[in-house]
Each structure stands twice: as C-alpha cells, then as structure tokens.
Write a protein that binds this ligand. Structure first.
Ligand code: PLP
Length: 378
C-alpha cells in the first residue's frame, strides 16, 4: 500500500463476507428476515448473552438506547466529552440535559471520581465510551449510577470483542451500543446494535427501532381487531437493519477474534517503536482489560500536533483526530457549554493523532508509519 494514501481505518472484506451478502441477495428477504435474527443472536452471544436489537447505525443505537431508557426533559445524562458527538446528541434530541464529566488524564476515559461529583437525583444515565477500544472502569461507574437510581450505558462503538476483568463488552453496563461503520471493529456497511440486560428495556428498544409497532396481544389496548392487528403505544422511528447488512455482520463476527488479534499486534508494534521517542506518548493499557483496539491514539507533545498531522498526510499517511471535545461543537456552545470545562479532554485533544489501525495493515505499512512519524518528531 505504499503508493496511495493509507487510511486511518478501513473494513476488511473477504470472499466469505461477499458470499454471505450475495446469498441474501439471491434469497427471499432483503430486510428483517432470518439474517437479522441470526445476527442479533450472534451479537447477543458475544455480549454476555443479553438480548440485542440491530439497527441502522451507532448513532441510531444511541438514540434507541436513550429512548428505551425513557429519558426526556428534566432528565440529565452524565457523559464524556472525548467521543463522537452522537453519544451526547442522542440524549439532547430527546430533551435531556447533557453533563460532561472530564476524562482521566492518561486513558482519556470518563473519570469515575468526577462522575461521582456530578450525578444527582436528576441523572438518568451515566454514558461511558470505551475510547479507542479500551473498556472504562465499570466496577467504579456502576455503583455511582446505582446510588442515584441511574442506568449505565456503554457506548461500545470502538470496543466490541474487548473484555474488562474477564467480562465481555456488552456485559459491562446496563445498556451497550455498537456501531458497525466500516472503520469500526466489524462492519455491516452502516449499522449498529443495542444490547440491554433488562428484558423490558430490550423490548422498548425493539419497539422504538420499529416505529413503535407492537404485536403483543397481552398488551393490546384495541382488542376487537383481527389477526392483522398491530398498534403503537409510543412513538418510534424506522431504524431497522437490512438482511443484506446483517449477513455481512454475521460473517464479520466470525472474524472478530482474528481482527482483535491483528489489532493487538499492530498496537504492540507501534508501542514498542515509540516507547523511547521523545515528543510522543503512547496509549496506556490498564492491567485488568483486554481491549479490541479500534484506534491507535498517539500523543504528539510540545505543541506540534497540527504540524505533524499535516506532514503525515502529506507523506500519504491518512491520519485522523479523534475527537474534538463534544462540548466545543457550536450546537453545544449555543446551549452554554464553554471551552475549559473539561481540561483533561481538551489537553488530550490538543495532542492526539489516530494512526492507521485496521486488520489488513501489513507490517511494512506499520513500519512506514513508524519511520515517518519518528523522523518527523526527532
Ligand atoms: C462511530 C461512533 C458512533 C456513531 O456510530 P455511526 O455508526 O457512525 O452512527 C458513536 N459513538 C462513537 C464513540 C463512535 O465512534
């Protein structure tokens, strides 16, 4: 891949994936058929056995999760600013107030000590993000949420396949959301899923993602209709994943362990190469986690992030920055959020560059990134 721009992330598609999609296209169901059911069962299986609802994106998954958790005006969610905007905006769309808790200085993960200071009886959800694929400290977060009667949410867009204290992502919080965008740890093209430990929350998620439609005769309020009848008790949207996407996801799930292993190898190769380089800081890993690394977030010290970023791009290395702190987005600024509110996240943002990280990267590609970056900062 030396002659073209190396992306920071990309999908890995093999012949099995292609055949799985082609088989759906030749069959009877393009959407909400057997592939969707099989994919949801397989997602549940890697997520601690809790029910899964597939959907059209990680953004949709967050909207569904917040709706299923019944948040609305007067409620607050506590979340991290070091994430993609959808972690927060899904709650804002439903009328809730977002309270940003700063991150730990080294991991860029939400800091439980700060969450503990910010939760109140208005807090309905503590939404953590397993940034870069590294699970947060859920054994610290859950009791803080429980104390005020809130639920925990794991935005696991980066971390499917990872573990924390031997437990899989999907089993760490009350509700977990995934994204299956092409750069993530597995893909359905566009897609996502919600996993809920509580059957009632899972049911609400299922109904919200299907326009609010409900077919349970036990719960019908209109009781004199025929076998065609279905009814709506709460508003929902059409967030259904297709069988085409689900078939791809099912095939990709079989490859998840291999993806995780390759991502770990690439992380180790970068870590080793940058360990002694002044001007760079490598991502830490806590002892009790086994991440499925989605990103490799290196920190460029000495105020040189932008210069190094631009030179990497000019060298054909398609780096990215993840993320602009969410409260900096003008839509949040308009709501009164200000720079300086979360200094650790803001410092992290000022230094971060995401290096190329995806399973099909060759060792030669990784070494090219290493050599280029090392030369730039030396
Ligand atoms: C990608 C991502 C999302 C949104 O997922 P989409 O599938 O792109 O809508 C949400 N949260 C985080 C942390 C993400 O990385």
């Amino acid at each position: 891949m030396s002659d073209r721009m190396l992306p920071y992330g990309r999908q890995s598609i093999n012949d099995d994936d292609i055949e799985a999609v082609a088989a759906v296209l030749r069959g009877d169901w393009l959407t909400t058929g057997p592939a969707v059911s099989a994919f949801e069962e397989a997602v549940a299986e890697v997520s601690g056995g809790h029910p899964a609802v597939s959907c059209t994106s990680g953004t949709a998954a967050l909207h569904i999760a917040y709706a299923a958790l019944d948040i609305g005006p007067g409620d607050e969610i506590v979340t991290t600013p070091m994430t993609f905007v959808a972690t927060a905006s899904g709650a804002t769309l439903l009328g809730a107030k977002v309270v940003f808790a700063d991150v730990e200085e080294d991991t860029a993960l939400i800091d439980p000590a700060i969450v503990s200071e910010l939760v109140t009886e208005r807090t309905k959800v503590v939404a953590a993000v397993d940034y870069a694929g590294h699970p947060c400290d859920y054994d610290a977060l859950q009791p803080i949420a429980d104390r005020v009667g809130a639920k925990t949410l794991d935005d696991a867009a980066h971390s499917i396949g990872g573990t924390y204290r031997g437990r899989p992502v999907g089993d760490l919080a009350d509700v977990t959301t995934y994204s299956f965008f092409p750069t993530k740890n597995l893909t359905t093209a566009e897609g996502g899923a919600v996993v809920a430990k509580d059957a009632d929350i899972a049911r609400r998620a299922k109904e919200f993602h299907n326009i609010g439609l409900m077919r349970d005769p036990q719960r019908f309020r209109i009781t004199d209709e025929g076998p065609w009848h279905q009814e709506v008790h709460e508003f929902g949207l059409n967030y259904r994943l297709t069988d085409v996407g689900a078939a791809l996801g099912l095939s990709q799930l079989k490859r998840l362990a291999g993806f995780k292993k390759r991502r770990a190898e690439i992380t180790a190769r970068y870590n080793e190469a940058f360990a002694g380089v002044d001007g760079l800081r490598t991502p830490p890993q806590r002892d009790d986690v086994d991440p499925a690394w989605h990103l490799y977030p290196v920190r460029v010290l000495g105020g040189r992030r932008r210069e190094v970023f631009e030179k990497l791009r000019a060298s054909g290395i398609g780096v990215q920055v993840n993320y602009i702190p969410v409260h900096w987005h003008p839509v949040f600024e308009d709501l009164g959020y200000r720079r300086g509110m979360c200094p650790n996240a803001e410092q992290f943002y000022a230094e971060e560059i995401s290096l190329p990280m995806f399973p099909d990267l060759t060792d030669a590609d990784v070494d090219r990134v290493i050599d280029t970056l090392t030369a730039l900062v030396s």
